[in-house]
Design a binder for this molecule. Structure first.
Ligand code: ADP
Length: 623
């Protein structure tokens, strides 16, 4: 039987995650006296530094990809979206309100401010946000430039002054996005999310009333009407996404187009950094995309959070976040490869470290195979004695990282198993006891959601709420951001989006590591990640063309074309092509269908309650 997996979580780390992992039989790294490398998952709300990525062991995973601050810092996001707009056109990158970074762009902002005043003669509203803060801190809305006062780097953004309201209340959507890999780009969006309401009615005449204009829970839970029963909204300030879908049914809206536009925002935003994120197969990341819908049902991107809060403040949080975390663990697809950690120690007679618990003793870990190693077939390989860290240090050599091992002889590892498909099936779930335990939601139908065990009381008590309330930009994160900026400085030579065909090449370093996420389709050599894992729906790649465009080098232009094509289907409404054209299309569709069936490529459409297959949806939509 596989051994328990080990998670590493800082004391203030999300209590909910700890709870879910313990329920699944994982062990807490902090609870035992473990060796420094003796863990499978390290989850932090702060960033990791370069050396932590470089020294990862094959069985270890981190919950952040490198360099993602390029979309999670407000100023970086603005800069990157501006660059993409210049390259691919304002008609594609049209989902972010006009933004200026001050003080640098002050002159440009002034020009735009004056232009709007003079040409439109209307009031234009602006929102000012410190780049380094989160949870609504330091934000204010203004109409007159005289009110613009700041003492740190801020962004000033066009204020969406006509938001969609529900019974007079403003709201935004928190969409949970998991980037399983940037290389190749593999994105999942969770079916459940949160709708976050302001707690006072929206009025442009009271710009200073943050309870009416900001939808942050951290602000509204201190508002005078938080606990009041509010028309339609109810008590508190959150709905689940399911409830929002229900609300949409009653509206005269092209719902599919709305979801598709939100999908586009996620994909197009991730495309801004995907080519420049170094390959990091052992990383996964959960982002929180904040989307505001305006009165014409157009969604706008407000920001991307890199450590979306996993605290449980209310019923909606409980309904959404436990399933989310559970699905995320399923999505990571832990397999027996991850058990190599324990096995490696056991084979070398690993003993619990003595009083010197932090002393690194991972030198006893046997080498893991590379794809190219000629000795893979050997039955009884010799496990080498590796030099101790101390002796390495004594010789003045570099610290041993995982790559120090890859050239040695091999332990008995069956590569066929190691690189077998990761599509979650009943077969592979059986071999991974601690992961796909009775608490795994992958095997359960979505309808079983209500059956989930209720949360332990400590998750909802005040104490745990406080300790785990860490979001992307709290004090700890601000520190981390500074660290990240140092990291970003070092790598400021990271290429921008390369011209078509000049993609980012995976470094040889990463390819030497056994790729624990690698999957292989039965019939193709291509990598087709599962269409759905729990409530996570794969939104990228979504068809063969995007699959092809994201393998090896990311062909951003082709991806954008495919995104546009799909959107065109939904925005054009029902079309009735002439007879000849229809016949031609039918033949083409049949051919494509055959081909697709052959390749076993199914994609679901994220958004509607029961996500339909994209292919069927398009057929129906065309009439
Ligand atoms: P923070 O990181 O501090 O939460 P956000 O950018 O998410 O900063 O903004 C906080 C809130 O302010 C949002 O949840 C939204 O309600 C409101 N808001 C932000 N930007 C805009 C905008 N451009 N137009 C309208 N409302 C906005």
């Amino acid at each position: 039987m596989a051994s328990a997996l080990v998670f590493r979580l800082p004391e203030r780390g999300p209590e909910l995650l700890r709870e879910v992992l313990l329920e699944r039989g994982w062990e807490d790294y902090e609870a035992g006296r473990r060796d420094r490398e003796d863990w499978n998952l390290y989850w932090r709300t702060t960033r990791f530094c370069n050396s932590e990525y470089q020294n990862l062991m094959p069985w270890q995973r981190l919950n952040h990809h490198p360099k993602t601050a390029e979309i999670t810092r407000k100023d970086c996001l603005a800069r990157n979206l501006t660059r993409m707009r210049a390259t691919f056109g304002a008609s594609v990158y049209n989902f972010s309100p006009t933004t200026f970074i001050l003080p640098n762009n002050y002159i440009r902002f002034l020009a735009e401010y004056n232009k709007l005043r003079v040409s439109k003669g209307l009031s234009a509203y602006w929102i000012c946000k410190p780049v380094d803060l989160s949870r609504g801190r330091g934000i204010f809305i203004f109409e007159d430039i005289k009110s613009l006062v700041y003492d740190c780097t801020v962004i000033v953004q066009r204020y969406i002054s006509n938001p969609l309201l529900i019974s007079g209340y403003k709201f935004d959507l928190r969409i949970y996005v998991c980037v399983k890999s940037f290389n190749p780009l593999t994105v999942y969006v969770h079916q459940e999310g949160l709708v976050r309401f302001a707690t006072e009615k929206y009025r442009l005449s009271s710009l200073r009333n943050l309870y009416a204009h900001l939808t942050n829970t951290s602000i509204n839970k201190f508002g005078p009407f938080y606990k009041t029963e509010k028309e339609s909204v109810g008590q508190g300030c959150k709905w689940t996404m399911s409830k929002f879908r229900h609300f949409l049914y009653g509206q005269d809206v092209n719902e599919l187009l709305l979801w598709q536009r939100i999908n586009n925002i996620v994909t197009l935003t991730l495309l801004t950094i995907a080519p420049s994120v170094p390959p990091s197969p052992n990383c996964v990341e959960l982002f929180g995309f904040d989307i505001l819908i305006d009165g014409r049902f157009k969604p706008w991107l407000l920001e991307v959070n890199y450590s979306p809060a996993l605290t449980l403040d209310c019923q909606a949080d409980i309904a959404v976040k436990k399933g989310l975390v559970s699905d995320l663990i399923d999505l990571m697809n832990y397999t027996w490869v991850d058990g190599l950690r324990e096995r490696a120690y056991r084979r070398k007679g690993y003993k619990a470290p003595s009083s010197d618990a932090v002393k690194p003793s991972y030198v006893s870990v046997p080498a893991l195979p590379t794809l190219k190693d000629p000795k893979i077939g050997e039955k009884k390989p010799h496990v080498p004695k590796l030099p101790s860290l101390k002796s390495q240090a004594e010789k003045g050599q570099r610290k041993l990282g995982p790559l120090a091992f890859v050239s040695g002889p091999l332990p008995p590892v069956d590569l066929n198993k190691m690189f077998s498909t990761s599509v979650v099936t009943a077969t592979n779930t059986q071999s991974v006891d601690p992961i796909y335990s009775q608490h795994s939601r992958t095997k359960a139908s979505t309808a079983n959601r209500q059956m989930r065990p209720t949360l332990a009381p400590r998750l909802t008590d005040n104490r745990s709420r406080h300790v785990s309330e860490v979001t992307n930009h709290d004090d700890a994160e601000t520190r981390a951001q500074r660290e990240h900026l140092a990291e970003a400085d070092i790598s400021s030579s990271t290429p921008d989006i390369p011209p078509r065909g000049l993609g980012f090449k995976p470094s040889t370093v990463s390819w030497k590591l056994p790729h624990i996420h690698r999957t292989a389709s039965k019939k193709t050599r291509g990598h087709i990640p599962p269409a759905r894992v729990g409530d996570f729906i794969r939104t990228f790649p979504f068809n063969k063309a995007t699959l092809k465009a994201s393998q090896h080098t990311l062909d951003v232009r082709t991806v954008i074309q495919e995104v546009n094509k799909l959107t065109a289907h939904f925005s054009s409404g029902r079309r009735r092509p002439d007879k000849k054209k229809r016949e031609e299309e039918e033949v083409k569709n049949a051919e494509e269908e055959e081909e697709e069936e052959e390749e076993d490529f199914d994609s679901l459409f994220w958004g509607p309650k029961d996500p339909p297959q994209i292919r069927l949806l398009l057929q129906n939509h065309q009439g």
